[in-house]
Write a protein that binds this ligand. Structure first.
Ligand code: T46
Length: 136
């Protein structure tokens, strides 16, 4: 989907284990302003249900697995399964996302292009679709 893609991360593995490094410039296509992680999720309890007017993010499931539904507000949606710390999901602005099917022990790490700003969240799906339509 336009504005959303899976990226394979380079893992440095040896007999001791594995290491993935994330940096900008490099793997992360934007200047990193914030990192947060979601954990202790509950079985059957989804999260997200919003879009961002001004935020790019990379989602990496560093432990366990979860699914992310991404919707462009124009009738296209895609479900991505994140189940390895060697894959990142890039999500650009103006895309609706829902995270669900969290496995036990899932840790979803998110790297963001801006500091937290509740004002740039769109939490109403109908409003999101209208904004997409107006900006087309
Ligand atoms: C997103 C998905 C993948 C903060 O105080 N600072 C922060 O940086 C964030 C992200 C959240 N919060 C507070 C706001 C709420 O009181 O933490 C609480 C939970 O946030 P929210 O309900 O927005 O969490 P999710 O899991 O629905 O969504 C989060 C991000 O907010 C969002 O940007 O793309 O993860």
């Amino acid at each position: 989907m336009k504005g959303c893609s899976l990226l394979e991360l380079k893992s440095h593995g040896d007999s001791r284990g594995s290491l993935v490094a994330l940096e900008h410039p490099g793997t992360i296509p934007f200047e990193i302003k914030r990192v947060y992680y979601i954990y202790d999720t509950k079985r059957g309890v989804p999260r997200g249900f919003h879009a961002h007017t001004n935020l790019e993010q990379m989602l990496i499931c560093v432990s366990g697995s979860c699914k992310v539904k991404v919707d462009n507000g124009m009738g296209d949606e895609e479900i991505y399964e994140l189940n390895t710390p060697e894959t990142a999901l890039y999500i650009g602005e103006m895309l609706w996302r829902e995270m669900f099917d969290f496995s036990q022990g899932c840790v979803l790490m998110v790297i963001a292009s801006s500091v937290y700003n509740e004002e740039e969240y769109i939490r109403d799906y109908e409003k999101f679709k209208l904004m997409v339509k107006e900006n087309r």
